[in-house]
Design a protein. Structure first.
Ligand code: ZN
Length: 88
């Protein structure tokens, strides 16, 4: 079972009860990113972020409910420094 990055408690799997379900935590799939330049099919230059070293981080629903924690979690590609602020 994964553990919450912030409080350390175990996060149990989502429980399904008929048409309802109970979520105990969230998984953030992220990693280091680098800016990549390329050309699309019609020759137009494009830039995008390419993820390297993917990693999964878990947060329980109690810690997710905390405003500061949720803000980091919901930002686009939080970096390693952002994630460190969530660690206990
Ligand atoms: Zn937690």
């Amino acid at each position: 079972m994964p553990r919450c990055l912030s409080c350390g408690r175990e996060i149990v799997e989502t429980k399904h009860h008929g048409e309802t379900y109970a979520i105990d935590g969230y998984c953030l799939h992220t990693g280091k990113t680098k800016r990549v330049s390329a050309k699309n099919d019609n020759g137009t230059a494009i830039e995008f972020l390419q993820m390297s070293e993917p990693k999964d981080y878990f947060l329980c629903i109690n810690c997710f409910a905390k405003t500061g924690t949720r803000d980091v979690w919901m930002s686009t590609f939080p970096d390693a420094g952002d994630i460190t602020t969530l660690c206990r």
